[in-house]
Design a protein around this ligand. Structure first.
Ligand SMILES: C[S@@+](CC[C@H](N)C(=O)[O-])C[C@H]1O[C@@H](n2cnc3c(N)ncnc32)[C@H](O)[C@@H]1O
Length: 177
């Protein structure tokens, strides 16, 4: 099972029509569309206009999606604290493109810190790292170090049994902070 299949299987039971969720990296819109089907409200971010165009084409029949051409590091300008039940980060570059807007370690860390602080209690952050991509290991080490130093709860670490294959963390926030 690849990481995207694992993520969709894992989060399906966590979603319902009362939940607000955020796709922090809209890309081709596959995750946004999945979330739109099962959540009440979806915010989706990308800094690449082409990515948002592709996402729009996928979700245009859903009236519960708001697309934002902005960095996920500005998430605090769009949602309230304790409003969001789940954030999903699918890192790296836009597939089938010139790869000009890959996620960047420091920006991802800033977005992750804000997401965790905004997240509702009993909420989830799902984050997938692509180690083989340029800068992939730097991004993984920076975030992994932050998650471990701050003792965030990792419920699952999913990795296919191949060298350098993508890693997904399911992070759970059990209490209000
Ligand atoms: C692997 S793709 C996401 C795939 C997507 N979730 C899907 O289902 O198709 C990663 C995306 O992150 C976007 N990205 C890079 N930096 C970003 C940032 N600071 N804020 C939001 N999106 C960003 C890229 O432009 C790219 O489209």
């Amino acid at each position: 099972m690849n990481n995207n299949t694992f993520v969709h299987k894992y989060i399906r039971p966590l979603l319902d029509k009362e939940k607000t969720v955020v796709d922090m990296t809209a890309g081709n819109g596959n995750d946004t569309l999945f979330l739109a089907r099962y959540a009440k409200k979806v915010h989706a971010f990308d800094i690449d206009a082409e990515a948002l165009k592709r996402t729009y084409e996928k979700v245009k029949d859903h009236d519960n999606v708001e697309l934002h051409l902005d960095s996920h590091a500005n998430i605090d300008q769009y949602v309230e604290k304790d409003e969001v039940s789940l954030f999903i980060f699918n890192l790296g570059y836009l597939p089938n493109s010139d790869h000009s807007t890959p996620t960047k370690a420091n920006e991802t860390l800033k977005a992750f810190q804000k997401a965790y602080s905004l997240l509702k209690e009993k909420g989830y952050i799902v984050i997938t790292f692509y180690l083989r991509q340029e800068g992939g290991y730097d991004e993984y080490y920076l975030l992994d170090d932050y998650i471990k130093k701050n003792r965030l709860q990792i419920l699952e670490a999913y990795v296919q049994d191949k060298i350098d294959s993508p890693i997904t963390y399911i992070i759970y926030k059990s209490v209000k902070d």
